[in-house]
Design a protein around this ligand. Structure first.
Ligand SMILES: Cc1cc2nc3c(=O)[nH]c(=O)nc-3n(C[C@H](O)[C@H](O)[C@H](O)COP(=O)(O)OP(=O)(O)OC[C@H]3O[C@@H](n4cnc5c(N)ncnc54)[C@H](O)[C@@H]3O)c2cc1C
Length: 432
């Protein structure tokens, strides 16, 4: 039998499924799931493959919704839109802009599909905003029986809440209804700052700015601060400056430096210090999604945990101290973002305003010791892992972190009693 090849963005997950199918209608999705269930096969749905964990990995059936990415309906009066779940965020944002609409917040890239972004609770930064799943107000799922189920706050609420972050374990989301806001412009300011001062003022910055985040450069006390606020000022686009900082510095030059670090890891501290010295103050004004989303051409692996907002400063300080004490070979900056708490059972921000701290390692460099050390620190602060990023928690540990864990599992077992959507990775997460 001909085998297909599937890999995620970072190359850390690879598999050879017996089929990768690209349905062109919801009916086809139902038929694929029904046939797989009948034959006792596992079905995993893939978005853009931008997760770092084995969520999509299977040697059986992968369903890609790349041909189901259309816009179903836009209502400019209620500011809602229904889109097919395979739609990529870059395409979605361009389309919404034409209708004068916008998602209230976005993560720092736009290559994901909306179904995949929702699947893992993808988020941006901004204390007034929950993750992207919290922007979904209605979902249409193809469940393990092949049935099409609609759910929202008003209809099948239990399924809806569980499905808002469900990693493709409840079924294949085929349509997403989104709550939107009028299109907005953001004034984006980037500047260099001091780590200790930022730790003290961080929460105040997050409260005073629509979006605030910072990056800590290892082996330094330097951070890059990012402030984004709504404005009605005219667009300020500096094509050359943007290309210089976003393409040349953050991608091309960073790629060269990263390859040098991979060759000689002992260079990492010096390279991190060098990178910190290159931070320059920049400013631009553009439509929200054009500044919220950035280019990420340098490939890496990543771990991220959400910790209660009050514990964020202690957690990142502990990570900084540990890296320096142990001499960990890492040059990638550590990202620190703010996300509003929500009521989604498997959202890492369930019930608490959170700080999401992300640690990265260049593709091809060993990440295990670094990530395990950071994970020990995150766990000290009741951290919950990002579902799309690397972690080592067991089903029991996860159950202890999520008050509604068992309700989620009940909904999952009701919808998929035979585990059609469970691959070995999800089985280990959910069933132990
Ligand atoms: C360079 C880079 C930058 C990133 N930036 C951020 C960021 O700023 N914020 C953040 O939170 N995360 C970020 N991530 C992580 C990323 O947003 C998530 O891993 C996201 O889930 C990837 O979306 P995807 O479309 O690639 O989905 P995939 O990785 O393909 O799938 C993710 C999960 O969703 C499920 N899924 C996909 N489509 C559907 C569907 N239609 N129905 C049901 N389930 C589905 C899959 O089965 C899988 O379990 C980043 C990742 C990378 C590589």
């Amino acid at each position: 039998m001909k085998k297909h090849f599937w890999s995620n963005w970072s190359g850390s997950v690879q598999c050879t499924p017996e089929s990768v199918v690209l349905p062109r209608s919801v009916e086809e999705v139902s038929e694929i799931v029904r046939a797989a269930a009948r034959d006792g096969k596992t079905v995993r749905v893939a978005g853009s493959g931008h997760s770092f964990t084995d969520l999509v990995k299977t040697n059986q059936v992968i369903v890609s919704l790349d041909h189901l990415g259309g816009m179903v309906e836009v209502d400019t009066r209620t500011r809602e839109a229904t889109v097919m779940a395979g739609k990529k965020l870059y395409n979605l944002n361009d389309t919404l802009e034409r209708y004068g609409l916008h998602m209230e917040n976005l993560g720092d890239i736009n290559r994901q599909s909306i179904g995949g972004a929702i699947g893992t609770g993808t988020h941006g930064t901004g204390l007034a905003f929950g993750n992207l799943s919290s922007q979904a107000i209605g979902l249409t799922l193809v469940t393990a029986s092949g049935d099409v189920v609609e759910c929202s706050e008003e209809q099948n609420r239990e399924i809806f809440k569980a499905a808002q972050v469900s990693m493709g374990a409840l079924g294949i989301i085929v349509e997403v209804r989104l709550r939107l806001v009028p299109v907005y412009r953001l004034a984006y300011v980037r500047k260099k700052g001091d780590f200790h001062e930022t730790l003290q003022k961080g929460e105040a910055f997050a409260q005073a700015n629509r979006h605030f985040e910072f990056y800590l450069f290892p082996y330094t006390d330097t951070v890059q601060l990012k402030f984004l606020n709504e404005t009605t000022e005219p667009l300020m686009r500096h094509a050359f400056r943007k290309w210089f900082s976003d393409t040349l510095l953050e991608n091309t030059a960073f790629g060269i430096i990263s390859r040098r670090c991979r060759k000689k890891p002992e260079r990492c501290p010096a390279m991190a210090r060098f990178l910190a010295r290159q931070i320059t103050d920049t400013q631009e004004i553009d439509v929200g999604h054009r500044v919220l989303s950035t280019k990420r051409n340098v490939r890496f692996n990543e771990m991220e945990y959400a910790v209660p907002i009050a514990d964020g400063p202690k957690a990142i300080q502990d990570i900084k101290n540990w890296i320096e004490r142990e001499g960990i070979a890492v040059h990638f900056p550590i990202e620190y973002r703010y996300v509003k708490g929500d009521d989604i059972p498997l959202s890492p921000c369930y019930g608490r305003d959170s700080v999401c701290i992300s640690v990265h390692m260049f593709q091809g460099m060993p990440y295990e010791r670094y990530f395990e050390g950071c994970e020990r620190i995150f766990r000290r602060y009741d951290g919950r892992p990002h579902w799309g990023k690397m972690h080592n928690l067991t089903a029991k540990e996860l159950a202890d972190l999520y008050p509604e864990w068992h309700n989620f599992q009940q909904v999952r077992m009701d919808l998929d009693p035979n585990g059609v959507f469970l691959n070995p990775y999800l089985r280990s997460l959910f069933c132990g």
